[in-house]
Ligand binder design. Structure first.
Ligand code: MN
Length: 507
């Protein structure tokens, strides 16, 4: 039977008695509200909201969000009146529960409904990130129990999980979540492909995993000998889905994938990270060109770690990732861990400021960087750029199909992060060109592209940009867009502006 203690024990910060009472009251309220309702699995419905709350506690969310997680299905599935939630709890909890209910209202019957739900999804997200995080936790438990759902519903739910939820979790740097979404959904959406990849991976890993265990042991021993004892290791296997995506880009050649298996070493301090790297390189020869210091130069999404690939001495190579516990938590839990380390759940919850930490977490997201003084007053300014762009596209989309298409190519595919010469990060879809880059900066720059430089060298305008490229656009007043640009441009924003410029030229 579910026990409230199992939720409370997951919470990493000390709880005062008021917080604990809140969680206990939400627990009892939800248990009574759902009564003897059952799920497809035959389990009591209450198990579902209990597990959702447990996931939220694991993610590091505060008592208000956990309580709302317990209550998240009371309006919709237990017919509790909103006034009752407000009376028994408060406005804030009702707001969260109501937000999650609105997101869940749509059962995705066909494209139109699907579309509508996506819109609400983003509107709600822009409103309060906690609503989205509760929805992610809710979906995670539903995915974990998807095998009990009637077969005809499974594919649709899994597909949506892959396209929407996994992508969003990824964008919020919640890797642990996005990986689990992918692993759970992939076999339902692409049964054949998932079998193929599984077989490919199995061939590779069976031998590798055995060696890895032994190898991890010798690494720990080497580090301990040099006095680095307070460490832990874990192995990371690439999710089948992300492996498949990578294989598609590499011609299904498993030999070209170097990071399907990695050894993680988690140490207490940043200084220990560099010491560990030195000790490892002294014992095992590193592969040239694969040492990446994401501690000194974090990835645009804030990811930090040192990566190196070494020869293990038995003919194989292995990627090693070295990081502190805090870096590890942020890499795995993203937004939630950021909250935990930077502000503490209390402050963020009371201050109602989840979008502030989202902005901090995604330094590439806001054009209003360094504008903290006005940040609190202007909630709209806290909405990340890419979410605002979605809102713009949905306002202007000619047809609903076009909206869905734009959404897919712009936001749910792999992204590249490139830099302006000043070091600003621009977030673009994979295979974007300097034309997309130029329009992402300003339509005036886009409309007058004369030439482009990538990393200091002149390139043609159809060059596919790569992560970390520094892109410089050379403009000329006399330059004008051509019809060919339409074929080159990847982003909807660039295409739209090119079309408008071409129309103008015709006139
Ligand atoms: Mn639910």
């Amino acid at each position: 039977m579910p026990d409230v203690k199992d939720i409370i024990s997951q919470i990493r910060t000390p709880l005062d008695s008021k917080d604990e009472t809140l969680i206990r009251r939400a627990f009892d309220f939800a248990a009574a509200a759902h009564g003897d309702q059952k799920r497809y699995s035959g389990e009591p419905y209450f198990i579902h909201v209990f597990e959702t709350a447990k996931i939220l506690a694991e993610l590091g969310m505060g008592p208000t969000t956990i309580a709302a997680g317990l209550l998240h299905d009371t309006l919709e599935d237990a017919a509790v009146k909103p006034e009752i939630i407000e009376k028994e709890f408060d406005k804030e909890i009702l707001f969260l529960v109501d937000g999650v209910t609105k997101l869940g209202k749509l059962r995705y019957r066909g494209a139109e409904r699907h579309l509508e739900s996506l819109r609400k999804f983003f509107v709600a997200m822009a409103h309060d990130l906690r609503v989205l995080i509760i929805k992610l936790a809710d979906r995670l438990h539903n995915m974990r129990t998807l095998n009990h759902v009637p077969a005809e519903k499974q594919g649709r739910i899994a597909n949506e999980t892959l396209e929407v939820y996994a992508s969003l979790a990824y964008r919020l740097s919640m890797r642990k979540l996005s990986r689990e979404f992918e692993n759970l959904a992939f076999p339902y959406v692409y049964p054949k492909e998932s079998e193929t990849v599984k077989a490919l991976l199995k061939q590779k890993t069976q031998a590798a995993e055995g060696r890895l265990g032994k190898f991890g042991h010798s690494v720990v021993k080497a580090l301990a000998k040099e006095g680095l004892r307070d460490i832990r290791t874990e192995t990371r296997t690439k999710s089948l889905y992300s492996l498949w995506k990578k294989l598609l880009r590499k011609g299904m050649d498993m030999e070209k994938i170097h990071d399907f298996l990695a050894l993680r070493i988690i140490v207490p301090t940043v200084a220990d990270c560099y010491r560990a790297l030195g000790i490892i390189h002294a014992h095992w020869r590193p592969l040239p060109g694969r040492i990446k210091d994401y501690i000194a130069v974090p990835k645009p999404n804030g990811y930090q770690s040192i990566h190196t690939t070494i020869f293990t001495g038995d003919g194989g190579t292995l990627e090693i990732q070295i990081r502190t516990e805090e870096m590890h938590q942020k890499a795995e839990y993203g937004v939630a861990a950021h909250l935990f380390y930077k502000e503490g759940p209390k402050k963020a919850e009371n201050g109602f400021s989840p979008l502030v930490w989202l902005k901090n977490l995604l330094p590439f997201a806001g054009s209003n960087r360094g504008n903290n003084a006005t940040a609190k007053k202007d909630a709209a300014a806290e909405v990340p750029e890419w979410i605002r762009q979605i809102a713009e596209i949905q306002k202007e989309a000619v047809s609903q199909n076009e909206f869905l298409q734009n959404l897919e190519t712009d936001f749910f595919q792999y992204r590249v992060f490139v830099f302006t010469p000043k070091g600003d990060v621009i977030d673009l879809p994979l295979d974007s060109s300097p034309i997309d880059f130029a329009y992402a900066i300003h339509s005036d720059i886009g409309d007058h592209i004369a030439a482009a430089k990538v990393n200091g060298k002149m390139v043609s305008l159809d060059t596919a940009l790569k992560n970390g490229d520094i892109v410089e656009i050379i403009t000329k007043d006399s330059s004008r867009p051509s019809a060919k640009w339409l074929e080159i441009a990847k982003t909807a924003a660039a295409k739209k502006k090119i079309r408008a410029a071409l129309e103008n030229l015709k006139r």
